[in-house]
Design a protein around this ligand. Structure first.
Ligand SMILES: [Fe+2]
Length: 206
């Protein structure tokens, strides 16, 4: 699907609006906004001199949390399971299958297969890393530990070995590492608008 310049610009406006509006929601268990989180992940990808598809995947990896979709189902748990000092009430630790919803959403808008594969991978990589490295699980936030149960839990040894044969294995793990590190309070990073030319260039090249 070849996008016109106008359609590419409109698509970027749509995506940016989803990210900005989504950022108004709470980022469960974190002290920064979802938008700051996404911008920090993209900045790490840029600093590592990743290619543009990988930078865009880092920027957009959580977009499936914010798109409006009929199949959005919240992963519910008790607030006191995330934070022991919180009152007992049901809260959401994210959207079930947000990685697949996000990848599908981006594919429909004309983003490349590589961007979509990397967006879809950030939950499988979490399952891989928790299966392979028990210490990795210990470092997850309370909300991320709880959502892991909904996401299928840590990979088994067979699943770990299978995942390591994936041609994008290293890159998928790398994106997840930028994702995990993107939780720094008050870090100054390039703003969302700085990614506009890159995103338009990407969409026009498909
Ligand atoms: Fe994330």
């Amino acid at each position: 699907m070849k996008l016109s310049q106008k359609l590419a610009e409109d698509t970027v406006d749509t995506v940016f609006k989803v990210l900005v509006d989504g950022s108004k929601q709470d980022y469960i268990g974190e002290k920064i906004s979802q938008l700051e989180h996404s911008l920090q992940a993209a900045c790490s990808a840029q600093e590592a001199k990743a290619d543009e598809e990988t930078i865009l995947a880092a920027l957009l990896h959580d977009i499936g949390q914010f798109t409006t979709s009929a199949d959005h189902k919240q992963m519910l748990c008790d607030a006191s399971d995330v934070d022991p000092s919180a009152p007992k009430k049901q809260i959401s630790v994210g959207i079930t299958g947000h990685e697949r919803i996000g990848a599908q959403y981006l594919s429909n808008l004309g983003f490349s297969e590589k961007v979509c594969i990397l967006v879809e991978s950030h939950v499988p990589v979490k399952r891989y890393l928790t299966g392979k490295y028990p210490d990795y699980y210990d470092g997850l936030s309370g909300a991320s530990k709880l959502s892991l149960k909904y996401q299928g839990g840590p990979y088994t040894q067979d699943q770990i070995e299978q995942f390591e044969t994936d041609p994008f294995f290293k890159l998928k793990v790398q994106v997840r590492q930028w994702d995990d590190a993107a939780k720094v309070v008050d870090l100054q990073v390039p703003n969302l608008e700085s990614y506009r030319p890159m995103m338009i260039r990407h969409l026009l090249a498909q």
